[in-house]
Write a protein that binds this ligand. Structure first.
Ligand code: HEC
Length: 132
């Protein structure tokens, strides 16, 4: 009897250990770009702050509603905000804009595509430092 119980536990235990593993949610493709580049100025929580100048919050930012605006700013730069056309691909630019527009309290549902970045974005400056 004791042996049977022991065997039953042995048989049952691997089944117990094999709880279906929850797949980790795939990270947003724009999150990496944000963390590597944008967060240095706009901060991890996207609240911005005071650095060399005033860095605006991207969190809960109504200026992001019209997708064309962040496309213009990220591709063309604006005052102390550097331009990223040429440094990032159109895919990376659309990914990071989609990430910011759907996180940090922003809930804009429409998606920016690389084609929109190509069409609406400011071209990389000719003869600029970033031209290769
Ligand atoms: C070197 C610091 C710096 C980096 C890096 C940076 N930004 Fe900015 N960003 C700024 C500053 C400064 C402004 C404000 C520009 C102004 O209006 O004068 C700004 C403005 C913006 C705006 C417009 C916000 C508004 O309310 O008008 C958006 C959108 C934005 N940044 C997105 C990004 C994204 C996305 C990245 C990463 C790809 C990024 N920024 C990287 C400094 C930075």
């Amino acid at each position: 009897m004791r042996f049977v119980l022991f065997a039953a536990v042995l048989i049952a235990s691997p089944a117990l250990a094999q709880k279906p593993a929850k797949p980790a949610p795939a990270p947003h493709p724009g999150a990496e770009v944000y963390q590597n580049i944008c967060q240095a100025c706009h901060m991890a929580n996207a609240l911005g702050g005071e650095g060399a100048g005033k860095i605006p919050a991207l969190a809960k930012n109504g200026a992001l509603e019209a997708a064309g605006y962040p496309i213009m700013v990220v591709t063309g730069g604006k005052n102390a905000m550097p331009w990223f056309r040429g440094a990032l691909t159109d895919q990376q630019i659309s990914d990071v804009i989609n990430y910011v527009r759907s996180n940090f309290g922003n809930k804009y549902k429409d998606k920016v595509t690389p084609a929109m970045v190509a069409e609406m974005g400011v071209p990389a400056p000719k003869g600029g430092m970033r031209e290769q």
